[in-house]
Design a binder for this molecule. Sequence first.
Ligand SMILES: [Zn+2]
Length: 144
Amino acid sequence: MSCSESFETGAESANSNSVTSERRCKHGMRAVLYISWSRSNPGRRFFRCPVWKDDDCGFFSWYDDVIPPRQKEIISHLVETKKLLESKVELMQKKESAMEDVIKHLEAQVMKHKMFQSSHQLEQRANQAFVSFHLRQLKFFFAL
Ligand SMILES: [Zn+2]
């Protein structure tokens, strides 16, 4: 296994609480535990220089043993499945937010329609009041 291969691919820092190490890098600093997510070493932990991003001394040491081929295959499959599911979730979230926009638009339309209706009803009531007022006047007039 070459070291560079896991340097190139995604690696994340491992929860080092469970691993106590006195391993020191070439700077003399305590090495940090990471997890490799490369295809050839999925999930395999390794130590690395703590300042490798800025001033890498090149210290690298595997913490876990070589992963058996079958386990490697299964882990890789699970990692791929996770990525696929994450992209599906992302797509569904986009769809959901698009649906929310549509709902907001429709609610605004309904509100507009209701306002139009109620102003129309007010107008009708005003007309009815006007008509009944004049009817009363006519009745009054003819009653005389
Ligand atoms: Zn170092």
